[in-house]
Design a protein around this ligand. Sequence first.
Ligand SMILES: [Zn+2]
Length: 701
Amino acid sequence: MNVKRQLVTAALPYANGPVHIGHLAGCYLPADIYVRFLRACKEEVKFICGSDEHGVPITIRAMKEGTTPQDVVDRYHKLIGESFSGMGISFDIYSRTSSEQHRKTAQDFFRNLYDKGLFEERESEQYYDPEKDVFLADRYIVGTCPECGNTNAYGDQCEKCGTSLSPEQLINPRSALSSATPVKKLTKHWFFPLNEYEPWLKEWLVAGKKDQWKPNVYGQCKSWIDAGLHPRAMTRDSTWGVPVPVPDAEGKVLYVWFDAPIGYISATQELTPDWADYWKQDDTKLVHFIGKDNIVFHCIIFPAMLKAHGGYVLPESVPANEFLNIEGQKVSTSRNWAVWVDEYLKDFPEMQDALRYVLCANAPETKDNDFTWKEFQDRVNSELVAVFGNFVNRTMVLTHKLAKGRVAPIHGDLLDDADRGVFEAIQETKKQIETAIREYRFREGLQALMNLARTGNKYLQEKAPWSLSKTPELQAENQKAIDNCLHVCLQLSANLAIFCNPFLPFTARKLMKQFKVVERMLDWEHAGSMELLKVNYPLPEAQLLFRKIENEEITRQMEKLKEAAAQAAAATTPSTPAETPQAAPAPVVEAKAEITFEDFAKIDLRAGKILTAEKVEKADKLLKLSVDLGEAQPRTIVSGIAQHFTPEAIINRMVTVVANLAPRKMRGIESQGMILMAEDTSGKLVFVAPVSAVPGGSEVR
Ligand SMILES: [Zn+2]
């Protein structure tokens, strides 16, 4: 495809709370780096985002706070927007799905599919709260878990024991809104026939070479399709949302996952009268940056909707990141285990790039990763300050000390291999960053930038211009050597500004000020030039680019994190242990004969992560898995768990693998290892796996 313009979207954050650094690392920061790079390349690009303001959780929150849904979304739309702009996330528009434009666009879209006769109208019985007069989503029905006795289990899942539930399974079900007993009531909804798009989706994903997408994204899509697609209700009973624009639909709104992705279209319409070029011309490249929890909506449901409507471009790429954990634990809003962006900006003013740097250097691009405050401090102090900041600062200080504060001239006849090595490193870095960013490997791009700064430090250290003698007989010759070294270091510093601009935009602008040059110098066409700063140009005094993070700051953040979590824990109602039913005694399994440590050490146990899972044809019990063990290729493992888990339920699960078990063919598939399982009292299989995320391939011992 000949790409003429790019349309880049970042997942619409839900306006039900502030954004945390996991959100930033998951999609907003990578999207921003990508877009800033394209802009620097003078390519046509629009960067679209906005608040997702509909859905049941917002109405619930409003009800609990005794306010209106509009009030809730107004508050968070503002807070989220400020957090993004504070961090330099440079959307061309940050819109919202409660806008008039969006209502119209989403309704037109629905109406288009309706007029084509695509929707199937279905009546069904759904749970209803007779006191509050509203239909209840499964999540809003609570009751006692039949598995573990937790009295606050949700109608879709018990968060205590992890069992998937349906409202029917709850003992003493009650509405989370009023505590009334839910009743069933007949209601009508419009179903989108996702199943009819299965052949097309297969074709699009497979023939469209979408297998070049990240393995996590492609794997999830494939598992979903392999498990079979079903019609999905695209409407809900609610008063908060986009009203369903067809007859006989009072009290119905569009399902939030129908309306939210259309928000990308309506926001583009608000942004520019040329919106149709971006959405309807084949030479547009549409890229959705999202977190992994949104993959099926962006890779299956939304493309099927766009296809059904017709006339729209389809996503070319969907770079989805995994999750960022905090201090070894999953981010949790309900447990208040998170680092909130608005609070970071208050606690660390003027230090946006420090966070951008650490989140990108440690981005969860291919697996879940962990953010710790200690690592934040280490990376800022020993990389940003000690490598990047230090090199630029020494260059500026030495220029004032040894070259009268002016850009030193270059003496071509004296250039040596070390100088030429720096020129080459700059050209090489330029290529590396370009490739890495275009292929969504942002960590790698940032790494290349830092390596160049390291090269600079090493070069300066070896040249040691401060040590050259200034005796009268040597002065003229040595000054030439000093000039060359400082000239090279300054041009290198200016290139660092261009290279760091997508990643660290605040730093790039600080550098422009230090060099007293206009921002236009940051255009990518100048990257690699060794004439960025004019000879004899006077430079101001050196200023520090970054500051160190002190131990006290880290201690304070750790305390803050723990205090907030403790408060959240105290605020939740504890479940009454008295009601926990007695667990049935575990079946007794006869102990096996004793083995030596050497016997045990022969078994190579590894932590792994399931990337894809699919049913094995004509084998009821088997699932074919691909499991990441940190090796070049994921392992294929056939496991007898098909009667206990659906393929899509186990994607991204951590497992323990016997990695050196001799390969074995099952149903014609070579199984390259075995997954450890245990059986619970009801005979159901459960995974035996690390309780928190560890890298695939970690030894289990
Ligand atoms: Zn439970």
